[in-house]
Design a protein. Sequence first.
Length: 327
Amino acid sequence: MNTFGSFVFVIVVVLGLFESGHADLQMGFYSKSCPKAEKIVQDYVNKHIPNAPSLPAALIRLHFHDCFVRGCDASILLNSTSSTGNQTEKFAIPNLTVRGFGFIDGVKSLLEKECPGIVSCADIITLVARDSIVATGGPSWKVPTGRRDGLISNGTETLGPIPAPTSNLSTLQTDFSRQGLDLKDLVVLSGAHTVGFGHCSSFSARLYNFNGTGNPDPSFDSEYVANLKARKCKSANDTTTRVEMDPGSVRTFDLSYYTLLLKRRGLFQSDAALTTSSTTKALITQLLQGSIENFYAEFAKSMEKMGQIGVLTGSSGEVRKNCAFVN
């Protein structure tokens, strides 16, 4: 290669590296464009979460459901409109019990006043999920920012990627693998159920008619089944009652969810599935034998991975002015 050719080659490589680096997420992405952005998010969370203790679980679920469809691009926030001609993710069956949309809008409103058109809804979801768990005394994790908001939201796309509460381990493993997450991520991220609630309708078949047998799921602790039927899910058709995923510890981000799994008291079939494999059961045992700090560290690593699924950066997508509508 001649000198001029070498020079051009070097320039192209350098520019390519620059563009690639520019498009990556980064810590403190808004440090110059909106210096108070992350503090505004944190202050809003710290102000409102103490009065709404069930919201942290709802907000992390919102983040999870967003990232598993088209990546972490806030597509779950978009409303259906006559112009789109389709039902958006927000109104699809897997998301009908998802909450926290108004909370995200509240944060977005403050950020638009501070620095209009700068902070994406996708970054807000990710930051709020982290800060709300921290507000419960739970783990923190790194949230590099710079996500852009997606332009497309199609409800039919939720029916495959989002794991159902009735999923078995094989299905869960496939769903997570598609997102670049492994079995350890599956077990660790399921630990978020330590602060969550489940609707009776999501597991009533395990109480009343498992696999069409007319009997409870034999893998479900019989004493717990009787208790749930007597005090919580009194009908197989109950669609409104919510049950603590981690009874007695629902406001504390701890390891007791895993203890309940080994006692056959995980609410969802997808929870119970984590004990059906020697690999996942061993991971649960390792977490229980370790310190809470170890669990927090593992949870942080998995959340950081999840928060970077399919992100839009650079000139892709947009920064919405209103999280419910494309600009």
